[in-house]
Design a protein around this ligand. Structure first.
Ligand code: AMP
Length: 277
């Protein structure tokens, strides 16, 4: 496994490669969710590149950039165990040199869900992923359904801007008790961690109601709210969305998706679940 700290070196390796490149963009502090993306890449790509970069432009000034968990040594050792070929490790000066001016923005899809409470977030994500794609020149890019809106926005970006990379979406990996794995879980204290199980419980509750024939999401949402509020969660949103347009819908039906964002203390967690049978 080789660690690449220069854009030019990364581009040179990628341009000269023989075979396909699978790319897993991350912000580090690896957990089994990240590692599942890497395993998927190893299965179908000849070379796997993982980037680790906590992108400052996707954090608003009041958000948790400085608190974002980091542990490069541990990340390196987990990725080495999976036989990753390259870690791309850019820094802020390289990615956003003085007088940086160019941004990639996507209309519409970024207005809903997380985009409402984090209005500048997706502009940062689409810009950095464009830059990373231009550094790594991948054939495949592996993204988790955990960040469902991000997956939808980046899929749209790749299509609209005619990138040749193919996006491979990967299922959400959960802890034994159902909490979706996330680097941010590290910032939960013990009682917040216990309370956070209510996210999975409320999603499961809603799905079971649907499987039992309920279609009125507003009614179901009231009960989801109660489950979360009784566990000290501060709700940003609980929504039922069309999986393609991300527009809110009120009638529960097959293939649409429950999505939520909730704070426990200062930590904001997101999760989602498809309504399939
Ligand atoms: P992050 O480091 O949080 O930016 O995540 C990097 C990639 O890992 C993104 O594509 C995420 O959607 C994905 N990811 C994060 N958590 C999970 C999870 N629990 N299961 C599957 N993929 C995940």
């Amino acid at each position: 496994m080789k660690i690449i700290k220069s854009i030019e070196e990364m581009q040179k390796i990628s341009a000269e490669k023989i075979g396909t490149i699978g790319f897993v963009p991350t912000m580090g502090y690896m957990h089994k969710g990240h590692l599942s993306l890497v395993r998927n890449s190893k299965k179908i790509s000849d070379i796997t590149v993982v980037s680790i970069y906590v992108n400052p432009t996707q954090f608003a000034p009041n958000e948790d950039l400085s608190n974002y968990p980091r542990n490069l040594e541990n990340d390196f050792s987990l990725l080495e165990n999976l036989d990753v070929d390259y870690i791309f490790l850019p820094d802020n000066k390289m990615m956003y040199p003085q007088n940086y001016k160019t941004w990639v923005e996507i209309d519409d899809l970024t207005q809903f869900l997380c985009g409402k409470s984090r209005p500048s977030h997706f502009k940062g994500v689409t810009t950095i992923v464009t830059k990373l794609i231009n550094c790594v020149l991948p054939d495949f890019m592996f993204l988790g359904e955990k960040d469902f809106q991000q997956l939808t926005v980046l899929s749209k970006m790749v299509k609209d801007l005619n990138f040749t990379v193919k996006i491979v979406s990967c299922p959400i990996i959960r802890e034994k008790d159902g909490l979706a794995m996330s680097s941010r879980n590290k910032n939960l204290n013990k009682s917040e961690r216990n309370n956070a199980i209510c996210l999975w419980n409320s999603l499961q509750y809603a799905k079971n109601e649907f499987l039992n024939g309920e279609t009125d999401f507003l009614k179901v949402r009231d009960q989801m709210k109660k489950i979360i509020l009784s566990n000290n969660g501060r709700i940003d949103y609980i929504d039922l969305i069309d999986s393609e347009t991300l527009q809110s819908i009120q009638i529960m039906k097959k293939d649409c998706r429950l999505a939520l964002a909730v704070y426990f203390g200062k930590t904001r967690l997101i999760d989602n679940l498809e309504l399939n049978i």
